[in-house]
Design a protein around this ligand. Structure first.
Ligand SMILES: Cc1cc2nc3c(=O)[nH]c(=O)nc-3n(C[C@H](O)[C@H](O)[C@H](O)COP(=O)(O)OP(=O)(O)OC[C@H]3O[C@@H](n4cnc5c(N)ncnc54)[C@H](O)[C@@H]3O)c2cc1C
Length: 311
């Protein structure tokens, strides 16, 4: 069967093509799509190449939030590409603006995959193991989706609707991700069977939000979709506020760290599969949660030291 290959050169053309052929499969870096085609898991009648759509590239600061184009690659996020393709008005590079996402991007695949793979493609695949997702959840990011009908914003915790399923309508494309520049430390950690080129067995993202005195979390690879550990967030937020820890930046009580880790582990709904058992994933998540909280809180404490006293 012949496959049609569409190559729009603007967002308007891409949206018109998707509206005319909603079954067309968008292709950005192709690092998921080409695997599916090569293994004959999918044979779409039409591929919609997004790599020539300028509106999906680059990033900018608008209304105090970062708008990261769907076509931004992992190499852009880590800075491996040297920032050459980035067209943001900000001084400084994207990795410095989004440290948690840069950490997650550094764990993805190999240099080749990081050069091609995009944040929009990660969301498009909507895998429970996608490495961007825990940090996007922890940062309360929003997904910008567009169609000929208009543009809408989907909060990331409403974007994932099932295993590899998302809230995207058949005629919609992901155009960007909106994230507030973090005001506090972020951390990401994942466990796999080796250090590189591995799908996470479990992953965890944590963001401290001192400006609103809350914390954000994201769990990967341990539920049908990426999820937030809401009880853990509420517990830690209350514990930090009740003890005045945002102000004092004092060491975290061990009981708080342990309870947070247990609540993160309890939030997971993992399965046994070839990569790991459900009980291993729960255990691993508790360890990841404890470590990331300790690292992030140490960073926050160092903020006081750097400022020379009370924060
Ligand atoms: C060897 C290897 C290692 C990998 N390692 C990792 C890893 O460590 N962590 C990880 O998270 N992933 C990993 N992946 C998976 C993959 O690289 C990522 O999911 C990547 O982000 C996909 O981006 P892409 O641009 O290549 O997407 P594509 O393959 O082009 O597309 C992926 C999906 O998203 C859809 N899509 C793409 N762009 C849009 C858009 N703008 N709007 C709507 N839908 C869109 C496509 O139709 C498709 O369904 C790996 C893949 C390989 C082959």
């Amino acid at each position: 069967m012949l496959m049609e290959f569409l190559q729009p050169e603007s967002l308007a053309e891409a949206l018109a093509a998707k509206a005319a052929a909603p079954e067309a499969v968008p292709i950005a870096g192709g690092t998921d799509v080409m695997v599916e085609l090569n293994f004959a898991r999918r044979r779409p009648p039409t591929l919609l190449d997004l790599t020539r759509v300028p509106e999906l590239a680059g990033w900018s600061l608008k209304g105090g939030r970062l708008r990261v184009g769907a076509g931004v690659t992992y190499a852009d996020l880590t800075g491996e590409r040297g920032g050459d393709g980035l067209v943001g008005p900000l001084p400084g590079r994207l990795p410095g603006q989004l440290p948690g996402l840069a950490m997650a991007a550094r764990t993805v695949g190999s240099p080749q995959i990081r050069n091609r793979g995009t944040i929009g493609g990660n969301l498009g695949s909507a895998s429970p193991a996608g490495d961007c997702h825990p940090m996007l959840l922890a940062a309360s990011a929003d997904i910008e989706a567009a169609s000929l009908r208009g543009t809408r914003i989907i909060p990331v915790d409403q974007f994932f609707t099932g295993v590899k399923r998302s809230a995207l309508a058949p005629d919609e494309l992901i155009t960007a991700v909106w994230i507030s520049p973090p005001a506090g430390p972020e951390q990401f950690a994942k466990i796999g069977t080796r250090n590189a080129m591995v799908i996470a067995v479990a992953a965890f993202g944590l963001a401290l939000h001192p400006e609103r005195r809350t914390v954000g979390t994201g769990i990967g690879s341990a539920a049908p979709t990426p999820i937030r550990a809401r009880e853990a967030e509420a517990f830690l937020t209350a514990a930090l506020n009740d003890a005045g820890l945002w102000q004092s930046r004092a060491e975290l009580p061990l009981a708080v760290v342990t309870e947070f880790a247990d609540l993160v582990s309890a939030a997971a709904r993992p399965i046994d599969d070839v990569r790991g058992t459900a009980s291993y994933r729960r255990r691993a998540l508790a360890v990841l949660a404890r470590r990331t909280l300790t690292w992030a809180w140490n960073d926050y404490g160092r903020g006081r030291a750097a400022a020379g006293g009370e924060g």
